[in-house]
Design a protein. Sequence first.
Length: 268
Amino acid sequence: MRIRVVDAFAERAFTGNPAGVCVLEAGDWPDEAWMQSVAAELNHAETAFVRPSERADADWDLRWFTPTLEERLCGHATLATTHALAADGKVSGKVSFATLSGILTATVAEDGITLDFPVNLPVATPVPDGLAAAIQTEPLETYVTGELRDLLVVVRDEATVRAVVPDYDVLADIIERGRLRGVIVTAAGSEYDFVSRFFAPGSGIPEDPVTGSAHTSLAPYWSTRLGRPHLTGYQASPRGGVVHVVPSGDRVHLKGQAITVLDGELYV
């Protein structure tokens, strides 16, 4: 079986967020335990499995796995999958995916791939006990984000975001207590409209390099704060990556580039 590693939200190799991509033949899904084992073996934040869909409303069926569990929504692995399918000549223009988060679409163009995802609006919430110590700074505002249930944490400035060295044990406890997916730390940017980082130790992802799905809440938050719809975010992980965002009602458009860095064969 062919398997690829694609750097998503990346303008050059070894940046952005690497995702595994397995393009399957039509038919039944492989055994779920096997897909989880492949994702654990690759040990990237997400590995995507995609097959031709038999549904009338979708072109492909798409699933995502972290090293430890199946995820409900993943932006960078969707972008990586679209890139791989386009490279094979299997898709062009607009393509639709049936997923655990409903029908998602992606549009392939020369200057990048645009994802159409459901919005996850931030709702204000009290600062959880222990959060300030866990991220080594006092939050200005905290929110829970829609169905994804990330904790969106606004801090003073970009330098504060970049300087965070989290206590992962405390973060994992906060995530478990709050029944959250992960923690987003964000602030207004200098070169970019906003910067962020994303931590999800409970999902086997201590720090995610670039999190497309987190931008489904970052986009509406910063669009409201900055008073304009078209924004550029930078996820300030060690690898780093750029996400162009446009909130649109109950949807968010996320645009980025991708690069295949590994193309091989899976023998088991």
